[in-house]
Structures are given as C-alpha cells and as structure tokens.
Design a protein around this ligand. Structure first.
Ligand code: CTP
Length: 389
C-alpha cells in the first residue's frame, strides 16, 4: 500500500486495519508528505510490518524491485495530484515511485484531492494516461472536502476500497463457479475388526491440488481416505475408508462436477469377506481371498459427459510412459499425471514430487522435482489450459 500526501491519508490507518482483518499481508510505503498526515508508527503497528519511506535508510537500500514483485496488488490510497502526475510522467524521486515503476503486479489507485484539482484538465489527462497503461482507479466520491467545499474528490471510503479489492481478486479467479471433485489418500480394506489392507499414500498431493483449486475460486469437494493431513478451509471434505465407500461417494458427486481429479491410491483388491470377529492365530498359514474393487476413475470415464474433465494419476515403477498412456486411453481420462517411483523424491510420503503430464493429443510435459504445493500449481495450470483449449 502506497500512501501519499493528502488529508485522506488519515483513512489509511483504518484501511490497513480492514485489509489485515480481511487476511491480506500489508506492507506500507509512504511518501515524505504522507507523514504529515499519518504516522509511520500507526501504520507499522496496524500492518505488523515496518513502514518504508526512503530509498536509502541508514546504510541499507530499500529493495523496491522485490517489493513490487512480492505484492499481489499495489494499492496507492490516497493518491495525491502530485503522485498522479509523477506516475503519468514516470519520474522516480522517492521509494513509492520506484516501487510503482518496478511493480509487476496490478496497480490500483484511490485518488483524493480538492474538487477543482480533480476537475483540472491535467488531472483528467494524467488519470486517462495511467489508466490506458492498465492501472486501475477506484472512483472518487462526492462529499465534504478538506477545503470545506462540497463536491467530487473525496477518496473512496476504506470499506469501499476493500470491497473493490475483493471483487477484483474474485473476478480474476480462473476456476470461479467450477465444481471440482478430488480424491486423495489411501483406502483401508478391512480384513476383520482390527486389521486392514492399506498403502503408504499420505494424501499430501491430492490435498495440495484441492487447496490450489480452491485458491483459484473452485468449489472443491475432497473425498478423502484415512489421512491425518490438515486440509485448508473452504474445502468440503467427505471422509471415506474403503474403495467401495470412495466409489459410492464419487459416483454421486461426479454428476454435478466440472473437473474430477483422482489422486487417491485406491486399493485394487479387497478381502472377499470381512471376518466378523478377530481372526485368531492358528498353527498353519492364512490365506485371504481378495476380490477386485471397482475402478473409480474408469467408472467416471465411462459416465463422462461433454464439458466434464477427468484427470487421473499413474503410479508406476517400470514401463512408465506406456503404462500412463494405456491408463489415459482405457480410463477415458483427459490427462494422466505420471509419478515414477524410480524418480528420487517422487511418490508416497515425500514433500516433493516429480511428474509428467500426458494428454489425449499426444502431448507430454515433464516437470522438474518440486514441492507438492508447487506441483499442484503446475497441475492446476495444465487443467486450466485444457479448459480453454
Ligand atoms: N484408481 C481408481 N480406482 C481404483 C484404482 C485406481 O480410481 N480402484 C485411479 C487412481 O486414483 C489413479 C488411477 O486410477 O488416478 C491409476 O491408479 P494406479 O494405481 O496407478 O493404477 P491402476 O489402475 O490401479 O492399475 P495398476 O495398479 O495395475 O497400475
């Protein structure tokens, strides 16, 4: 948040508080003139971050490039007539202008000035200029001005600015309105009341995908096998235990789903019968008959309608590409994400993963080893690309 020299700067304290309350991380840059209207101490207390004013502080240099790259959005509120002119002219005589000129994020301004200044042709021209470069402007409001005049030029109220920002980010969400189904974790197939057949899946990859989808605006339902992993807020969780329970949950949810990602490690076989009482130890060996479970991905592939996207995983130890392509085809998936257990740091339990994505058009995209959160970003980006294809 950039604050410039205008009487409306006193509102920036409330604005900072509201932004922090709404979950934003706020770093404040002030011009020297802004300090006449509001103190850096108030803003550093409210933003919980040091307030920056100068390009050079003591013998250290404020890294304006990193600030402009760090932020998801740069808000200049209030924007004085003077700073507006500097923005339009590209001058760089303070830290705020240096951050603005090096910002890679969207920039939004909330001007504040007296009515006559606001209506001046130069102001209009400058605003038109900076808007034509992709900067956004939150309109001024009409009301009592510092001069005592009543007219246009008041900075939008902090509540209005926060609302504008919320709407801006919502509109940008690529998966807004999309319903997403994700399976994650292992399944447990009961043998008797105390024993089960399971696997080493932690659910981390599926949960990371669910969280990334939710971050992009999707309505996410996560069908989660037994897993102790924490799941971010805003995601609907359906807890299941066995492959059959996971199948039933997915079959119901899929009809109203736009995108389904099957990342669970579903058991392929389950005991033919669940023994009612605990199996007692006998002298000889024990044989358990296993029957095949339903293939959830394949069953959804068979039901898939036009407009629905289905994404599966392939966990392989050998013949990776051939097996992944076979799954893409036989399960009628739109993408198959291959994990090879031959790659170090890939697969179960790790915080990292290494994937290759195969699509139906013969595309093959291999990614480097990354954290599961970063892999989730790559996967969601690939799905979004497919949505627009
Ligand atoms: N899958 C599923 N239901 C099953 C088995 C697998 O939905 N009963 C899904 C997994 O979630 C994954 C994909 O199918 O998205 C491939 O899983 P994988 O274990 O790699 O392959 P399988 O189909 O089980 O075949 P195989 O074990 O022979 O490799």
């Amino acid at each position: 948040m950039g604050i410039t020299g205008s009487i409306a700067a006193y509102k920036s304290a409330v604005l900072t508080r509201l932004l922090v309350k709404a979950g934003a991380e706020v770093k404040v840059v002030m011009t020297a003139a802004a300090k006449d209207f509001v103190t850096p101490l108030s803003l550093s207390t409210l933003s919980k971050n040091p307030v920056l004013t100068d390009l050079v502080e003591g013998d250290s240099w404020a890294n304006h490039v990193m600030l402009g790259r760090w932020a998801d959005i740069m808000l200049i509120a209030p924007l004085s007539c003077n700073t507006l002119a500097k923005m339009a002219g590209g001058s760089c005589d303070n830290l705020l202008m240096a951050v603005y000129l090096s910002a890679t994020c969207p920039v939004v301004v909330a001007p504040a000035m007296d009515e006559d200044m606001w209506h001046h042709a130069t102001t209009k021209n400058n605003l038109k200029k900076i808007s034509s470069w992709g900067n956004y402007c939150i309109p001024v409001e009409k009301g009592e001005l510092a001069s005592g005049l009543i007219g246009d030029g008041r900075m939008a109220e902090p509540e209005t600015i926060v609302l504008w920002l919320k709407e801006f980010f919502l509109a940008k969400l690529e998966l807004k309105g999309k319903k997403v189904l994700i399976t994650a974790g292992p399944t447990y197939e009961s043998i008797d009341p105390v024993r089960f057949i399971g696997n080493h899946s932690s659910g981390k990859m599926g949960v990371a995908i669910a969280e990334e989808m939710s971050k992009r605006g999707a309505m996410v339902t996560l069908v989660l096998g037994p897993s102790a992993i924490a799941v971010g807020s805003g995601i609907k969780i359906v807890k299941v235990r066995s492959a059959e329970e996971m199948y039933k949950a997915c079959s119901t949810i899929f009809a109203k789903t736009d995108i389904a990602v099957m990342s669970a490690a579903v058991a392929d076989y389950t005991p033919a019968t669940i023994v009612k009482e605990k199996i007692k130890k006998e002298t000889g060996d024990l044989t358990i008959t296993l029957t095949k479970t339903k293939d959830i991905l394949k069953s959804l592939g068979a039901k898939k309608k036009k407009g629905q996207l289905l994404i599966g995983f392939a966990l392989e130890t050998n013949n990776e590409k051939a097996n992944a392509l076979k799954k893409l085809d036989s399960k009628n998936a739109d993408l198959i994400i291959l994990n090879s257990l031959r790659d170090e740091g890939a697969g179960f339990g790790h915080d990292t993963n290494k994937i290759t994505i195969f699509d139906k058009q013969g595309g093959e995209h291999a990614f480097d080893i990354k954290s599961k959160k970063e892999v989730a970003v790559d996967i969601v980006n690939s799905i979004i690309q497919l949505l627009h294809a």
